[in-house]
Design a protein. Structure first.
Length: 251
């Protein structure tokens, strides 16, 4: 039992270790499934060779071996498109970035307040609701349409870049921050620093997706915002302050 526990702990800790970075090949190289990886001691699928940022071989179901790039994909062009693994990374980055915005959106209003409303635009309390699900019913419809239009514009530009770049696409490139893209903060990383930033981003994306799922479930179950629940979560009950509560009577 101790050996099994140590093995699981070692595998879990290794999953957070940074991987070598670089552009994945479109070819899938063969590798024994039971070879073992840094994330799973009993092995994983062959395409996860550590070439993508954050790749430590975690794929127990074998998603990376499926032909997702060509499956029901109107953007797919045979011979001039991302590999299946790169297409999955494209989706992972897109979902992770949205999840990061969602996490901020869940927490920010409760900590720093909401936008002021007006009588001419939905009422003075239009943006005062802190529960995201209830807020959908209180904010003006035009505000929701603005969000949809903004995300649609970003997605449209991403699709255009996917078509233009073809097999040479850098997964997740939306023209912001990537080499040759819009760089308002004049960021200038060395290749090694840039590779490390890619690893940091994918880790934040994965953590945000888990966090956003938890925040959604909590908000839906509680009916209130997340921030207002933090103080009770860290407050000790009154009986915990009694020194003899956990001791048998008479001691």
């Amino acid at each position: 039992m101790k050996v099994a526990a140590i093995t699981l702990l070692a595998g879990s800790a290794a999953a957070f270790a940074p991987a070598q970075t670089g552009k994945a090949s479109t070819a899938i190289t063969a590798s024994p499934f039971d070879e073992g990886t840094r994330a799973l001691p009993f092995g994983s699928s062959a395409p996860l060779d550590g070439s993508l940022p954050g790749d430590v071989g975690f794929d127990p179901i074998g998603f990376s071996t499926a032909p997702f790039a060509s499956f029901n994909n109107p953007l797919y062009v045979e011979g001039n498109f991302m590999s299946d693994l790169e297409w999955l990374r494209e989706a992972e980055l897109a979902h992770g970035r949205i999840a990061q915005l969602a996490v901020v959106g869940f927490i920010w209003p409760g900590l720093f307040g909401t936008f002021p409303g007006s009588d001419e635009f939905g009422g003075v309390d239009a943006y005062s609701e802190l529960n995201p699900f209830k807020a959908l019913e209180t904010v003006p419809e035009s505000a929701i349409y603005q969000i949809i239009a903004g995300m649609a514009w970003i997605e449209y530009n991403r699709v255009i870049r996917i078509k233009e770049q073809g097999a040479n696409r850098v997964s997740g490139d939306i023209g912001i921050g990537y080499p040759g893209g819009w760089n308002p903060f004049n960021l200038n990383y060395s290749p090694e620093e840039y590779a490390e930033k890619q690893v940091q981003e994918i880790k934040h994306c994965r953590l945000a997706m888990i966090g956003a799922f938890g925040l959604i479930c909590q908000a839906a179950n509680s009916g209130t915002d997340v921030v207002s629940q933090l103080a009770p979560a860290f407050a000790a009950p009154e009986y915990a302050a009694k020194a003899g509560y956990f001791l048998p009577q008479g001691i």
